[in-house]
Write a protein of this length. Structure first.
Lengths: 658, 658
């Protein structure tokens, strides 16, 4: 049997010899050194061993679908040592590669047997695809198959006998060496092609978008990385993920406030601004793209790269963000019937929207479903993939609007609930964003009404500190929900949300003889010099929000024809910080077991990243956006009834201590 | 039989009634008025007559390939009057158009019978193609099938029940009403689409490039024209043809000097400038594009249009011009092996090269064949179409370089001869461009040596004027050739080009006792105060030029395997102004009968115009550029022998008086 011993250049050279499969020459024969590029893996193998077997022994990933029979033709490699270091091409190879392919040094790994020291280059197209792993390891993997790929290509130097033009020479090389056909050039690439070819001594790398457009040609020796950026543009926050398109690795993550808040906290205010200000659309676009440029520059600097290394961008956002970031006329978006300019995916040059990355950098924006179910929701869908499951999933992505998806492989429904900003801490007297000083967790002892709370930036509960160490400034969204859940459980509020007039507590504040507000943090525990309370008005805001959400859920369940979902996924910052027990306690969710509820973090960002790293996910997104049926709640005959019913509190859920 | 009487809105309404074919209802029945848009043709027809028959009677062109059987589905029209004005849709129509098509008012003209007054719109796609006629009427016609077409489309107003996004609504309308699928948007069109749809009240026109990209959407009521520009960029002259893309008409023609002459008269000087000046490439590109912008502005003003009405541009030029106008790196073009950056056709936005036309305006540049056989030559080939003929054509396009094509439908050869500038009046002592003051025609009486000549800007021969009325400044290219031809015929020069020492004439000027120059215009006939002569050095320049050309012709004939061509086409300004008799007299052409020689004017400009007005001609050009075999004269073993042989004068040709 032939044997291989491996050297991984990144580890100790004295590693274990690897037994390998593959055809067997006579034992006791000569051994030769085999080096695989670009991985640099090297090992020795017995004369007569085929390259595919050697590669497997060394852990070099080469595609092969036929088990080495020479029928799948996927294991193309390029020999970089003398042709005589391998056995002569077989008939199978002659048919598969043609005279041109063989002349260019192409071989099939399964057919070529080593007869000398061999150096082999494994083209991108022949490498087995790597998997992109979700941040929460093991949760989900996506094959690395980005829209922008790099193809190394070696060309013959032009002569008087073969003065083929540079463009046609490159196209022919890419066809012979990588099987790419029908490629076109980005025009600026054509303009500088002659210098790129000659400065690179005809040993080049072509960077290609969707196997359709050549967006850059550079010397093979050029060490600059090829990067992509996934961006989730929220109404309030922008998150950007810088990824290496050749490895799938997330290099760095950056986030910042969406500077459009200066033009209005909510979407309606911003759409209003555009209508009433000449050039307002371009102003809002410039504002958000300026911040994306900033985030990209920061991320690139952290990764020791440059923004000109970015060749592909995927962006998601709700429908209004989608229009504002693309600079699409929003004239029809703010009035019934809330028609978007375009629902399908948008592909354009990143420079067309003001992104200052590589000249050939592409931008892909995921499709929207309808006026109020945006590209961010589509991103959540392709991240959670309900359409690949038998379980009927309820997916909640809650911010200023609540976006809901219910479904499985059979069918998917979506809707949008006007939850208002209560979940985000707005329209609440002491509401604030989840920033230092915000009360984020609350516990009320149902018997003693003893109050415990946590403040962002302060370690532990208030009961572990002196009052003046707490310095609370307000309550964030999760704090409001916990407050309401705990107040309901402790009967501080009644089922209908009114304050309990029979309650005896020095925390209750009365106005006109009626109980109106309940003190969460006493004056000495706040930075305000007065107590932080949750009052009847705050509870009403929350009731409206959770009723809208719950009514939406119930309508979707009814339309789908099931009573309860088999699983609930809470996406977004909201889902990460809100405890599922309190969410159940205030009746935001259907009456289900808490253990079927999971939080998945920024699923929209995950979806954007998957679409950046896998072209198929973009096609899935386009399909899912069309496939998902949008349910308009405003015109649903059952909505009002469900809405009123969902207004009440039924604190049956058991909230565990922690 | 049903009858039709027609009213052409552009002519006398009382024109002849037209007998018509088509199915026959009972005689004596009612007649109705039928109006066809956009032609506005109107006539009356008997109830029950089908629309296709009515259209034929009125001279309205509607496509039909199946003779009205309803199988070809080409005769789609849109009814603009009440649906009840036509017979109910047949099964054939239901199958061909679908429910959506019928809902949009689409019908098949052959299936629809009139039962009331009818108003019908004939979409562009259903109109029989018009023919573009070459300037010299009757010579050649090209069907009007431009890359940029206009499609009228009527859309339903969005409602809460159907809030389909604007882009998808338009795409669906274009599919149902015109059968267009797979369309994409130019990104800026998407940005303003919502306003375009609503400002146009959903009665729109889409302007579409190559049935692939929507480049503009505007109100159907918008009266602005849709124009195209064909441009022939010569080393010395730029010619621009402004055409209406909806009619094929040439609206106006403009020409100007190529302002790049400031950087060098010939190509080598300009390529040299680029190499030695940082930013020189961009400077030369800006210079030539500035002039094209000027020409377009002038042409548009003459046609009462605007440059923003221009949606498509086709440009041709020799390979160096091609690179300089596109801003392609010329680094490899000036040195062996003279490799172009790209040989194939180039498609890009006109704005990418600095043309300031419509935002969505496209630029198509015809392919080049090799380093010295350019897109202008390809344009000449698609104008002359040797590949559609049995006759073996020799096509000469002569400027600073002579470009030759020889071939027919079997095979095409091309080459480029370094003729030098003698044919253009340069490198000749009194040489000048064909401008006022230039001697352009010359006759010498072989017996008396009496001299007659014509000067550009002066009516008639010099013999009809007083000497001081002539004011000659120099001799242009055609004058040089006529001078040489006449001097050879009158034996002023010998076969080898030397001056005849035995000639007795006071026009001969001697230097060192040897005859060196022959006076064409005496001092008193010139504006120079001294005689204008043609001397031995001038004759040598011409000999080198014509020998290079003739040797090229002979090599091509030999390679092709014929002794003589069946026809000779002289293209370009040269071909227009040089008499074929003198061309034969000095041996520029093979020894053929003068009557097979034709001059075709600016065939490169014609080819550019055909490519502008017919997409198929672009495909033909791409095919012809690849199909034509380039013959490299420098490495041909027979070239030197042919070159030396062609140096002599054999003035056998009979030059007729005129």
């Amino acid at each position: 049997m032939g044997g291989t011993s491996m050297t991984d250049p990144t580890t100790d050279p004295a590693t274990d010899p690897v037994v390998q499969t593959g055809a067997a020459p006579a034992s006791g024969g000569a051994t030769f050194t085999v080096t695989f590029q670009p991985s640099g893996r090297r090992g020795s193998a017995a004369a007569g061993t085929d390259l595919l077997s050697v590669s497997r022994g060394l852990g070099v990933e080469i595609e092969s679908a036929c088990g080495g029979k020479g029928t799948c033709k996927k294991c193309r490699v390029r020999i970089e040592s003398a042709p005589e270091s391998l056995s002569p091409p077989t008939d199978v190879e002659r048919n598969a590669l043609g005279a041109e392919g063989l002349a260019a040094g192409m071989r099939l790994a399964c057919q070529s047997r080593i007869v000398g020291d061999v150096k082999v280059f494994v083209p991108e197209t022949s490498r087995r695809t790597r998997q992109v792993v979700r941040k929460e390891a093991g949760k989900r993997t996506v094959p690395l198959a980005p829209a922008v790929k790099t193809y190394p290509v070696k060309l013959e130097v032009p002569t008087m006998r073969d003065a083929t033009a540079d463009a046609e020479r490159l196209l022919s090389g890419l066809e012979v060496q990588h099987g790419l056909t029908g490629l076109e050039f980005d025009f600026p690439v054509l303009q500088t092609l002659p210098s790129a070819c000659r400065d690179g001594s005809w040993d080049l790398v072509a960077i290609v978008w969707e196997d359709r457009k050549i967006v850059e040609v550079r010397a093979a020796a050029d060490a600059r990385p090829v990067l992509g950026l996934a961006v989730d543009v929220g109404t309030t926050t922008i998150a950007a993920y810088l990824c290496d398109l050749t490895t799938g690795a997330i290099l760095t993550t950056e986030s910042a406030m969406n500077p459009q808040v200066a033009f209005g906290d909510d979407l309606i205010a911003r759409l209003h601004y555009v209508i009433h200000h000449e050039g307002g659309l371009q102003e809002l676009q410039r504002t958000v793209m300026g911040e994306v440029n900033n985030l990209a520059a920061k991320a690139a600097a952290t990764a020791s790269a440059a923004v000109t290394d970015i060749f592909d961008v995927v962006m998601v956002g709700n429908t209004a963000m989608h229009h504002l970031l693309l600079g699409l006329d929003t004239r029809a978006l703010g009035v019934a019937p809330f028609t978007p300019a375009i629902a399908g995916p948008v592909d354009t040059l990143a420079s067309a929207v003001g992104l200052t990355f590589n000249l050939g950098c592409r931008l892909h924006v995921l499709p929207v479903e309808a006026g109020f179910v945006g590209a961010d929701n589509v991103a959540v869908i392709i991240a959670e993939e309900p359409y690949k499951q038998d379980k009927v999933l309820l997916i909640l992505d809650i911010g200023t609007n609540g976006e809901l998806v219910l479904g499985n492989r059979e069918r998917m429904l979506s809707t949008s609930c006007a939850t208002g900003p209560a979940f985000e801490g707005s329209h609440v007297e002491f509401g604030m964003r989840a920033a230092p000083g915000a009360i984020e967790r609350i516990r009320i002892d149902p018997k003693t009404l003893e109050m415990r709370f946590k403040v962002i930036g302060v370690e532990g509960w208030n009961t572990e500190h002196r009052p003046e160490e707490m310095g609370a400034c307000g309550i964030c969204g999760s704090g409001i929900i916990e407050a309401a859940g705990e107040m309901a459980k402790a009967k501080v509020i009644l089922e209908n949300g009114n304050m309990n007039p029979d309650l005896q507590s020095d925390r209750m504040i009365y106005e006109d003889g009626k109980p109106r507000k309940f003190v969460i943090a006493r004056a000495e525990e706040t930075a305000l010099g007065r107590p932080i309370t949750v009052g009847i008005k705050d509870i009403r805001s929350l009731q409206l929000a959770k009723a809208a959400l719950r009514a939406g859920e119930e309508i979707l369940l009814r339309r789908y024809g099931v009573e309860k979902p088999d699983g609930v996924v809470m996406a977004g910052a909201f889902g990460t910080y809100i405890g599922k027990h309190h969410a159940l306690a205030i009746g935001m969710l259907p009456e289900i077991e808490p253990d079927i509820v999971t939080s998945v973090g920024n699923a929209a960002g995950d979806g954007a990243r998957y679409a950046l790293l896998n072209l198929e996910k973009r096609r899935e997104a386009a399909w899912a956006a069309r496939k998902t049926e949008f349910v308009e709640l405003a015109t649903d005959p059952d909505f009002l009834e469900e809405y009123v019913r969902a207004m009440n509190f039924h604190p049956e859920a058991d909230i565990p201590e922690d």
